[in-house]
Ligand binder design. Structure first.
Ligand SMILES: Nc1ncnc2c1ncn2[C@@H]1O[C@H](COP(=O)(O)OP(=O)(O)OP(=O)(O)O)[C@@H](O)[C@H]1O
Ligand SMILES: [Mg+2]
Length: 231
């Protein structure tokens, strides 16, 4: 193997110099893959060397990646549900897409890998109730494992902002977690996903209302508030 080939295949452990974000919620269909793929696209478009680690055997994130046009900023996929999490040496950002139905033990395993956990929640009362239980698991895991992982919640597929605002506000008041975004239900996510793209890569004018909704989330992710202090 030449030195160049070696460097290309060399891997490194997941350390604090890699920005690592886990998107997780045990509830199916809450938007984990949508948020993970759009985050991967956002970071790649902004020049990061991104790994998209798919922990879901359904492999939806990898399916998205498989239709991604070659002329777009590269994102590397990892079949993390079966392969060890080997981070290429040059990579600086790892986005992890979790499967539905994770139990507390699986959350503990995944939470160890990430600086930041994002929990997308759908606005229905049932989803909010399930999310409340799941968030309790996450916070318990964080406490018992002594992790400094930062956790935030976002609302996804919101149709009626006023209605969800009340319900979510009530729910979030009791728990001390940042509520970092409200993403509306929009066909743009579906159009982008079909093409292996993120919202940020579609023609800007039509995307503006959706992209604006990502601003508080990206601002939080780029702030120190979302990254544990180095030990
Ligand atoms: N904001 C949105 N607007 C419109 N459609 C959305 C939005 N978010 C997600 N969807 C759609 O909802 C469906 C479920 O979303 P997604 O696959 O991201 O959820 P998931 O949590 O990854 O699901 P699973 O638990 O099965 O992995 C998909 O068809 C996706 O395109
Ligand atoms: Mg998914």
């Amino acid at each position: 193997m030449s030195l160049l080939d070696f460097l290309k295949t060399a891997t490194k452990p997941l350390t604090s110099d890699v920005r690592s974000i886990l998107v997780v919620n045990s509830k199916g269909g809450s938007g984990k893959t949508t948020v993970a793929t759009n985050l991967a696209s956002y970071y790649a478009v902004h020049g990061a060397d991104v790994v998209l680690a798919d922990f879901d055997p359904q492999a939806s994130s990898l399916a998205w990646l498989s239709v991604r046009p070659e002329d777009r900023p590269r994102i590397r996929g990892l079949a993390a549900w079966k392969d060890p999490l080997r981070i290429p040496r040059q990579a600086d950002t790892v986005i992890m897409d979790a499967p539905a139905g994770v139990d507390e033990r699986q959350v503990a395993r995944l939470a160890r890998l990430a600086q930041t956990i994002l929990i997308p929640v759908l606005p229905s009362p049932l989803d909010i109730r399930a999310a409340a239980e799941f968030i309790e698991h996450v916070l318990r895991v964080r406490r018992t494992s002594g992790l400094a992982t930062k956790v935030a919640v976002l609302a996804n597929r919101v149709r009626d902002i006023t209605c969800i605002a009340d319900t979510l506000d009530d729910f979030l008041r009791g728990i001390d977690l940042p509520f970092v975004a409200t993403l509306r239900d929009s066909q743009h996510y579906i159009v982008a996903a079909e093409r292996g793209l993120g919202l940020f890569e579609l023609a800007p004018a039509a995307m503006t209302p959706d992209i604006e909704q990502w601003e508080p989330l990206m601002k939080w992710l780029q702030s120190k508030r979302s990254i544990p202090k180095a030990a």
